[in-house]
Design a protein around this ligand. Sequence first.
Ligand code: ATP
Length: 135
Amino acid sequence: MADKFFLEVVTPQKAVVSEEIQSISAPGSEGEFCALKGHTTFLTSLKIGGIRYKDASGNERMLFVSGGFAEVLPDKVTILAESAERSEDIDLSRAKEAQVRAEKRLSDKAADIDLVRAEAALQRAVYRIRVAGSR
Ligand code: ATP
């Protein structure tokens, strides 16, 4: 069995994960990264996407994360996220409504639309739906 290390995922609202894990992969802004126990220390910002990890018993778990930072240390990964939810905590109908809203905003092409903001909202909705689909 793989050596265990610690994962902590926190948002401004709550602690989402605080447990021992065997491995993790996450959407770093420079690309997807994977870590096992003993990984070299590094710090990266995160993109909107899915975090996949193996818990202490070897079960695959998925989280949604909407940006933030990850600090990888040899025995601990800390993720400070703008928002994050475990796949089982994602409200799928809320995410689908958010997707419809964001798509409408983008297709209306109103002059006063904040394009970057609307595209980020759409991306959050799409990834939440994807992560919820993995449960
Ligand atoms: P919405 O438009 O539905 O609020 P959003 O992408 O703007 O979505 P965020 O700003 O990313 O929402 O998150 C605000 C808070 O709501 C966070 O605490 C986040 O965890 C929670 N949240 C947002 N969408 C969902 C969802 N579909 N299921 C569960 N929690 C959600």
